[in-house]
Structures are given as C-alpha cells and as structure tokens.
Design a protein around this ligand. Structure first.
Ligand code: HEC
Length: 100
C-alpha cells in the first residue's frame, strides 16, 4: 500500500478511528470491523457470489489473502495490511473454510 492510498482513506473513517485509538495501525486493524470493510469496499464490484461460485479461483488461505490484497489494490482506497488480513480471515470463516 502506498502512502498516497493511505491518505485517500475517507476522513470520516480515519478520524474516529484515530481518536479512538490514538495509536498504531495494528490497534486500528483490531478495532476495524471486517464486515464493515467488506460492506464499504468490496460490494461495488461483486457480492459474496464470487466466494461461493462452483468454479471459484481461490484454493488456499494464502491464495485468499493474495486475492484480497489484489482487489484492495484495484480499489485504490487502501486498507491497511492488517485489515486485508482481517477481511481474508472473515471470508475464510464465512465462505472458504480453509484450514489454518
Ligand atoms: C474493482 C472491482 C472489485 C472490487 C472493488 C473488489 N473486487 Fe474482488 N474481484 C474482482 C474481480 C474482477 C474478481 C475476479 C473475478 C473472476 O476472476 O471471475 C474478483 C475476485 C475476488 C475473489 C476471488 C473469488 C474466487 O474466485 O474465489 C475474492 C476473494 C475477492 N475478489 C475479494 C474481494 C474483497 C475482499 C474486496 C474488498 C476489499 C474486493 N474483492 C473488491 C473485482 C473487485
């Protein structure tokens, strides 16, 4: 993630988080709700149908993280790496169900 994309995060999201946590990206990622991140960032192009379709592309947890990062880059709004992780873990729990 570039600094530029980090700066383009919506102020409305960044300000309360910063106020709440006053701290590092890791703390922010723990507080950010991955459901909300998906809702805000991911539903413009596709819904959950791509995660459950019979010919889905992803076949491992590391592949899932790579794909979420790729989509995050396309989005150009930039989630923190910890948020990408949280989103990938959420999708894994709800749809993919890969083992650790
Ligand atoms: C700019 C449009 C766009 C946005 C926004 C987007 N995606 Fe995607 N996503 C795609 C496209 C295109 C594919 C590939 C579909 C295909 O290969 O048929 C895809 C595929 C995926 C897949 C793989 C599905 C499979 O086959 O198993 C995952 C996982 C995924 N996206 C997660 C996300 C997440 C998480 C977000 C939010 C951070 C997101 N996407 C936001 C366009 C987008």
């Amino acid at each position: 993630m570039t600094l530029l994309s980090a700066l383009r995060r919506p102020l409305i999201l960044a300000l309360p988080l910063a106020a709440l946590l006053g701290g590092g990206a890791l703390a922010a990622a723990e507080a950010a709700d991955p459901h909300a991140l998906v809702e805000q960032n991911c539903t413009s192009c596709h819904g959950s149908e791509v995660y459950t379709r019979p010919d889905r592309k992803i076949d491992s947890l590391s592949g899932l993280k790579t794909q979420v990062e790729a989509c995050n880059t396309n989005l150009n709004t930039g989630m923190f790496p910890e948020e990408v992780n949280a989103v990938a873990n959420l999708l894994n729990e709800e749809y993919y169900k890969f083992g650790e």
